[in-house]
Design a binder for this molecule. Structure first.
Ligand code: AMP
Ligand code: GLY
Length: 420
């Protein structure tokens, strides 16, 4: 089959590589992809807000299935558009994507279906929110409703920080804001819980924990993710059961009551407190870098799994995993997540010799005249599978040292909670 993948990150390179290994995949197009996907697929620069342009390309190249990596096109309704044009597509439709596209949508769902989550209030103006601050205890969490590339969440230790957050959101920092959320701060440990669904059947797709902060010891600014490991150290049978019965099942029921079936990857961002799960957020896609961490553990053919989701046949498809640990370290451009330089040559790519359980996924990279240049804040992902997390980390760091890229930096402590 000829397949198209939308997106350009490490997540999409890892999906691309897993599909490339399937005997059933003849050719892959990436819209737009990166220097890594370019080695195994055809990268196409296209305006992703112009769905018609994409549709015409799909017909011209006889692409039979589209996989959507990032949230933005999903929230914009790309699945609805492609399906209307009889194109097979893997990802949730516009209504289901509201789980990520609107934090208020998800909070209301939690309220109606009694899904455990942080207590919250919805505020329609600066004055309303400000009045609330006078009578609340800190810390609290202030959130913009819509997509904000992970930047619309403010954990506020005091009133001044909260006023600043409310001001920024209502002044339109993340687009026009009709309202915002203020949440109780939950103290626990976060876990990423993944599922995959065809709209009828839902199956688990592993757990992970990521490191969102830029500095070692989980300090400094929030980023898209500096590294991750799988499985999560928190998961156990009892917790797993609670997540399914208290969070996932009621969510699926809620969507069904809206007349909506969920097809695609579903990522529940959870706070675990004394072995009890609380929903922090939903994402309607795989995580990045969790996807790069998890996919190498997949024993089954990813194409079979995704294709069966598109044809409503997931119940008959086995998802088998290698029983191993996996850890991913993200190599970033110096300055990320603030200002950083693009177009910096990554000289020693040919020094990276991958052994059996090593993976190097590209993210912000671009190829020019056969050379690889940086093209983003998160540049490369180094993943290793081993029996022990400490060996996963050691092996990835060995590879990063071979590269010795002077404009790069990475956290050497990924997985510190599972490594002595
Ligand atoms: P979100 O984009 O909603 O996942 O929020 C980004 C990050 O902010 C999360 O991964 C948490 O680390 C933190 N966060 C969000 N909401 C809460 C909350 N209610 N309590 C504690 N931390 C939170
Ligand atoms: N790693 C966090 C995310 O993908 O949103």
């Amino acid at each position: 089959m000829i397949i198209g993948i939308i997106g350009s990150g490490g997540r999409e390179h890892s999906i691309c590589l897993s599909l490339y290994k399937s005997k059933k995949v003849k050719k892959i197009f990436c819209f737009p992809g990166n220097a890594g996907t370019e080695n195994i697929a055809t990268n196409i620069k296209i305006n992703l807000s112009n769905f018609d342009e994409l549709k015409n390309f799909i017909f011209k190249e006889k692409i039979k299935m589209i996989i959507v990596g990032p949230e933005k096109p999903l929230v914009d309704g790309i699945v609805d558009f492609l399906e209307k044009n009889n194109i097979k597509v893997f990802g949730p439709n516009k209504i289901a994507s509201q789980l990520e596209g609107s934090k208020i949508f998800t909070k209301k769902l939690c309220e109606k279906y009694k899904i455990p989550t942080a207590k919250f209030g919805i505020f329609k103006s600066f004055e309303e929110a400000n009045d609330y601050l006078a009578k609340t205890k800190f810390p609290i969490v202030v959130k913009a409703d819509g997509l904000a590339s992970g930047k619309g969440v403010y954990v506020c230790e005091n009133k001044n920080q909260a006023i600043n957050a409310i001001e920024e959101i209502f002044k339109g920092k993340f687009g026009f804001a009709k309202n915002l959320l203020i949440e109780e701060f939950l103290q626990g440990e976060e876990m990423s819980y993944f599922l995959i669904s065809d709209g009828k059947t839902i199956k688990k797709f592993q757990t992970a924990q990521d490191h969102k902060r830029v500095l070692e010891g989980d300090k400094g600014k929030n980023t898209g993710g500096m590294g991750a490991y799988s499985p999560s150290r928190l998961i156990n049978n009892e917790l797993d059961k609670k997540i399914i019965t208290k969070i996932i099942n009621p969510t699926i029921k809620g969507l069904q009551d809206f007349g909506c079936n969920y097809k695609g990857f579903l990522y529940a961002g959870l706070m675990i407190i004394h072995n009890e799960p609380y929903l922090i957020e939903y994402n309607v896609r795989m995580g990045d870098p969790e996807c790069q961490t998890i996919l190498p553990k997949l024993k089954s053919d990813l194409f079979d799994i995704i294709n069966s989701c598109c044809s409503g046949n997931l119940s008959n498809t086995e998802i088998e995993w290698h029983n191993t640990k996996s850890l991913c370290i993200v190599l970033c451009s110096k300055g990320y997540p603030d200002n950083y330089e693009n177009n910096v040559l990554i000289e020693n790519m040919n020094q990276i010799k991958l052994r059996k359980n090593d993976y190097c996924y590209h993210a912000g990279t671009i190829k020019k005249e056969g050379k690889i240049y940086s093209n983003g804040g998160r540049v490369l992902n180094f993943v290793n599978l081993s029996d022990e997390f400490k060996d996963c980390r050691k092996n990835s760091i060995l590879l990063i040292n071979k590269l010795n890229w002077s404009n790069g930096f990475y956290r050497k402590d990924i997985g510190y909670k599972v490594i002595e």
